[in-house]
Write a protein that binds this ligand. Structure first.
Ligand code: R5P
Length: 292
């Protein structure tokens, strides 16, 4: 029998997963030393051989990563031999190649760190990838990687009538395809250039969106720039209602929600991989089915 161990980021989701799997559940007490260092203590030190450690990597990805590493290492020390890291939002995957000399390829570092603390398997939702495919990612590590997708659930939650599903960039094409298949609707992709981390430009060719309802889909909303520029362009070309559906509500800027509404998006639909006020899609069953 496996035990679900809850990190501090999504304890409610961890509890739901434990309930879904009829597994034992234990929490991890976290506190801080005066200088900010984390102190970790597992409530029940005699843990199972197989554990599902649940920790999403937002908000505060650096804090979450440190907690994840400390806890998995502790679990290894306590005798767990099959540590499955359930990381609904897997951070540090953006940097997947070296653009400039001396730049860190963080995704490689992430996997080496996780291997080092005994993680044998990662279960995650809609992994944020740029140039790499999931298969290429799997080749970078001995850790078994299982990805589940919330896109069909997000698409079905979107109550907009007969939408054209739009990917704001080529990387989001796989999300758009999956959402469109779930709705049996068409999909199309825009082209995006990122000018700076907070500024993007989008364009599309001959796509006719006049009076079409649109569902923009993406894995992440961080600054909101991608959704905002895409919505503005679609609206300027005569689109009807524009909804935004995305798995991970990273929401790194305080204004991003208001700015998305101001750009003409009338509904936001997200999941609880990062708990937020638009988390109408629950990923518990998706994750539990990947674990069972
Ligand atoms: C990029 O490839 C991702 O899929 C998202 O489009 C991007 O991370 C969203 O970031 P932001 O909200 O800052 O534009």
């Amino acid at each position: 029998m496996a035990t679900v161990v809850a990190g501090s980021s999504v304890p409610g989701l961890a509890m739901d997963i434990a309930r879904e799997l009829s597994a034992d559940f234990i929490g991890v007490a976290t506190s801080r030393f005066p200088d900010g260092e984390l102190h970790i203590q597992i409530e029940e030190p005699s843990v199972a051989r197989r554990v599902y450690y649940v920790q999403t990597m937002a908000p505060l990805p650096n804090e979450r990563l440190t907690e994840l590493l400390l806890t998995c290492d502790l679990l290894s020390e306590l005798g767990c031999r099959e540590i499955v890291a359930v990381v609904p939002y897997l951070g540090y995957t953006r940097q997947d190649h070296r653009k400039a000399p001396g730049e860190a390829v963080s995704v490689g570092t992430l996997f080496r760190l996780l291997e080092g603390v005994g993680v044998k398997e990662i279960v995650s939702v809609d992994i944020h990838l740029h140039r790499l495919s999931v298969d290429a990612l799997k080749e970078m590590t001995d850790i078994e990687i299982k990805e589940v997708s919330a896109m069909p659930l997000l698409a079905k939650k979107c109550s907009i009538e007969e939408p054209l599903v739009v990917a704001p960039d080529m990387e989001a094409m796989r999300w758009a395809r999956s959402a469109a298949e779930a709705l049996k609707m068409e999909y199309a992709a825009m082209e995006k250039s990122r000018i700076t981390p907070t500024k993007v430009e989008v364009s599309f060719g001959k796509l006719n969106v006049s009076d079409r309802n649109i569902m923009i889909v993406d894995d992440i909303v961080s600054t909101g720039g991608t959704m905002i520029e895409t919505a503005k362009l679609l609206k300027s070309k005569g689109a009807g209602k524009v909804y935004a559906a995305f798995t991970h509500a990273v929401f790194s800027s305080v204004d991003c929600i208001a700015n998305m509404f101001n750009a003409g998006i009338t509904s936001l639909i997200s999941t609880n991989t990062i708990q937020n006020e638009f988390s109408t899609v629950n990923v518990t069953e998706l994750i539990a089915s990947a674990l069972s």
